[in-house]
Design a protein. Structure first.
Length: 221
């Protein structure tokens, strides 16, 4: 298995699908296991559900981040069960798996003892994530109310990355800058190189070269 974590809109799903194709593995997102109020902007195919708009409009950022972290904590037993089943070659798990999602909290993932599992976290400068969200949500043409929801989502997204990256760095886990201009194919190469060098989930042997970065990791402030 290859686990790919990171904040929203950092490019996890795109890179994970390329990695899965390269390896001949199945692809899955943790969002398919259980959903939390998602992206609060409308698209041609989807209006913003009322409960999602209310979630972002009514809660301050501190409560938004607490809510999503609590959701990931509740989801973890299902993720752990999925990882162990694939690592053990359980029935229905004959094919390798690339699993991506923000629910792959580094502190929990690093505690996995399952064999044949690698993990990498993707990061990006806040300005990169902000530009992606505003493009997806057509921020320039949005109403003030719609912009407010996007701004709250972005604030939560940036806070999540700050917290996540502090844990990744403290534990010495592999992470890659996904906002430095590399293509998904190039990032997939970097993920695979990092995964191949790991001796434990998310970690390389002491003294081994760090995961290849295009430039410095995003700031944590």
């Amino acid at each position: 298995m290859v686990l790919i974590g990171g904040t929203s809109n950092v490019g996890k799903s795109t890179v994970a699908q390329v990695v899965a194709e390269r390896l001949g593995f199945a692809y899955r997102s943790t969002d398919q296991l259980a959903r939390h109020p998602g992206r609060p902007w409308r698209t041609a195919e989807r209006a913003v559900p009322e409960h999602v708009a209310e979630h972002y409009a009514s809660l301050p950022v501190d409560e938004l981040i607490t809510s999503v972290l609590d959701h990931y904590a509740r989801l973890w037993p299902r993720i752990e069960e999925l990882v162990r089943a694939h690592a053990a070659g359980a029935e229905g798990a004959e094919t390798g798996l690339v699993l991506e999602g923000s629910a792959l909290w580094p502190g929990r993932v690093a505690g996995l003892t399952a064999p044949r599992v690698a993990a990498v976290w993707l990061t990006a400068e806040p300005s990169v994530v902000r530009a992606r969200v505003r493009t997806a949500g057509r921020y320039a043409a949005a109403t003030p109310a719609e912009r407010h929801l996007m701004d709250k989502f972005l604030a939560r997204t940036e806070r999540y990355q700050t917290l996540m990256l502090s844990v990744v760095q403290r534990l010495g886990l592999d992470h890659l800058d996904a906002g430095d201009g590399r293509t998904p194919e190039e990032l997939a190469d970097a993920v695979l190189a990092a995964a191949a060098a790991q001796h434990a989930v998310g970690r390389r042997p002491s003294g081994a070269a760090p995961a290849p970065e295009g430039r410095d990791s995003p700031r944590t402030s």
